[in-house]
Design a protein around this ligand. Structure first.
Ligand code: C2E
Ligand code: CA
Ligand code: CA
Length: 549
């Protein structure tokens, strides 16, 4: 077990020392009573043990020592039963009040001195924010965990996500002021909270009061803060892991706080509470192995067909799979969301293009003349040379650009960034088709996009799932399809599992269909057989189809 913090150790001096101190006070009173000094001097001398008790222990022991001092005066310095004389009783009450106040004040002054005494260059205190560093979080948590009276406490990580922007706009000096305002806000709003500095843009807060409202914590930062009269907006992201649900040890609670904070960042949410299902502590290890995995050919792609309303295969969507030597087949949901915001996503996308264009070339040779849909992420679009590299890979494989569809989520199209815009323009100018993936979940209208750029939209499977249950979804779909048709944009519905869903979607005017009903994603060998079978069903041999190029 870790040792307790110094100030806590002091407060928890053993009972034996306390008893010794009070015994010394009795001895002291007895000794001075032997000198026959007058009662008023005796009383003054009694302040010495009271101040000592308040200073060495705390204000409560100071008060106790004050009461004992008065009793000692009654025993050693006053004739017996004098206390019962009304005048003496009055004087004694006054004195005990002063004694107790003295003990209280000494204890409190010492407490303040202890707080202030920690020098600004103390290795555990950050000089500008005056907050303890993260090392003290463990000490504080351990002291709470060792306290049997504490059944719950909350642990928050509060990150100022736009601090780099603030640095860039206002400079480093400003950040101290911003941090100080934030610290003051938190301290005044959450009485009894303990704050720590994790890094310059991240605070940790331990809150023993469980009932305090977390909504308020989010709202606290919605209003701009005034620094030197300038309103500044701090974008704050909060992760919470609380004892006991969020972990049983200081180490687990802290790590889970970061799991929650990462999740909030990933989904751009202001707040996320830790839940065990978020837990993927191995993700950084997995991401560390990813580049080797590509070299070891553990990364492969499965193909899911996209068909037109007559069942003719229009394209294949390549979906990544990680054939891990120890963990077996890892689906993309378990690593793509974390990988997507790292630079490894570029390695994946270029690899995906090479791998899948190679397989498509093999299918072309057999007479299958299909599009290939490749998922890319927004991070790719921020690479200034992205479009030129994609075009170079197409040229290398001698692959017709109009057979390549790139699927990007709505955010990729909405990013107001010159690199993204220029990449999208260059891709379209090269004849590559762009498709908006998961359309509908972001609640953006197709009219927000430059339609001439977009070849198709893929209606998210959540809409398809609820098509019968939720009439509002149907109305939204009708609207989306009408705008898409007017803009010459193809509509693909994904996640179709039931015949009834397919029929409804065809009735609504969807152009292409994708889902388990048609086929699950399949390995290259399996999709090749599936394509041959479906061509045979259509009464045609694949070689009878003439490739466009
Ligand atoms: P997505 O692009 O929306 O891909 C469709 C997902 O829905 C696939 O999951 C597919 O297997 C699944 N799906 C298809 N039909 C049905 C159906 O009828 N019912 C249900 N319940 N699911 C269906 P998968 O393969 O697990 O991929 C998940 C996500 O991972 C993809 O969603 C995509 O966002 C991402 N992803 C996959 N491969 C890549 C890749 O190579 N690069 C990038 N950047 N992301 C990828
Ligand atoms: Ca997709
Ligand atoms: Ca999708």
């Amino acid at each position: 077990m870790k040792s307790l913090p110094a100030d806590r150790k002091k407060r928890e001096r053993p009972f034996s020392i306390l008893a010794l101190l009070l015994a010394l006070q009795v001895l002291f009173a007895y000794a001075i009573s032997k000198f026959g000094i007058p009662e008023n001097i005796f009383s003054q001398l009694m302040y010495l043990p009271i101040i000592t008790a308040g200073y060495l222990f705390d204000y409560r022991i100071g008060i106790l020592s004050g009461v004992i001092a008065e009793l000692l005066i009654e025993v050693f310095a006053t004739e017996s039963l004098a206390l019962f004389q009304p005048q003496r009783l009055y004087a004694a009450s006054f004195r005990v009040f002063f004694f107790m106040s003295c003990g209280y004040i000494t204890g409190k002054i010492k407490q303040k001195m202890d707080e202030m005494k920690i020098p600004a260059n103390h290795p555990k205190i950050h000089p500008f924010t005056q907050l303890p560093y993260w090392g003290s979080i463990t000490e504080e948590m351990n002291s709470l965990l060792n306290n049997h009276k504490i059944l719950h406490f909350r642990f928050f990580l509060i990150e100022i996500s736009n601090q780099n922007v603030l640095f860039a706009t206002y400079g480093l000096d400003y950040i101290d002021k911003v941090n100080q305002i934030i610290i003051a806000k938190l301290k005044s709003h959450y009485k009894g909270c303990k704050l720590f500095l994790v890094r310059l843009n991240t605070f940790a807060m331990i809150l023993p009061e469980v009932r305090q409202d977390v909504e308020e914590l989010v709202r606290l930062f919605e209003q701009p803060i005034l620094v030197n009269g300038i309103p500044i907006y701090c974008e704050v992201t909060i992760g919470e892991a609380s004892y006991p649900e969020g972990g049983q040890t200081a180490d687990a609670i802290q790590k889970n706080g970061f799991v929650a904070l990462n999740e909030a960042q990933l989904h751009q949410k202001p707040y996320q509470q830790y839940q065990p299902k978020l837990h993927n502590p191995e993700i950084s290890v997995l991401l560390g192995q990813f580049q080797n995995a590509i070299q070891n050919q553990e990364i492969e792609f499965h193909y899911q067909p996209i068909v037109d309303t007559n069942g003719k295969v229009h394209s294949l969507e390549a979906l990544v799979r990680w054939n891990h030597p120890v963990k077996g087949m890892i689906p993309p949901d378990q690593f793509i969301p974390d990988l997507e915001f790292t630079r490894i996503t570029n390695i994946l996308t270029y690899y995906s293009l090479e791998y899948n264009l190679n397989n498509m070339a093999r299918l072309y040779q057999e007479g299958f003349n299909l599009d290939i849909s490749i998922n890319i992420s927004i991070t790719n679009l921020y690479q200034p040379d992205f479009a030129s590299r994609v075009i170079a890979i197409l040229a290398k494989h001698n692959f017709p650009s109009h057979h390549l569809e790139l699927e990007i989520t709505e955010r990729g199209f909405l990013a107001d960034n010159p690199e993204c815009r220029s990449n999208l323009d260059d891709l379209v100018n090269a004849g590559i088709k762009l498709s908006i993936d998961d359309f509908g979940v972001g609640f953006t209208s197709i009219s927000n996009f430059r339609n001439e750029m977009i070849y198709s939209i893929k209606i998210d499977k959540s809409f398809v799932e609820e098509i019968h249950a939720n009439p509002a979804n149907q109305a939204i779909l009708e609207g989306i399809i009408a705008i898409a048709k007017a803009s010459n944009v193809a509509v693909i519905a994904e996640g179709i599992e039931k015949q009834s869903e397919k029929e409804k979607l065809v009735e609504l005017g969807v152009d292409y269909l994708q889902g388990y009903l048609i086929s699950k994603p399949r390995s290259y060998t399996s999709i090749r057989s599936w394509l041959i079978d479906s061509s045979l069903r259509a009464g045609k041999l694949p070689s009878e189809e003439i490739p466009e190029k």
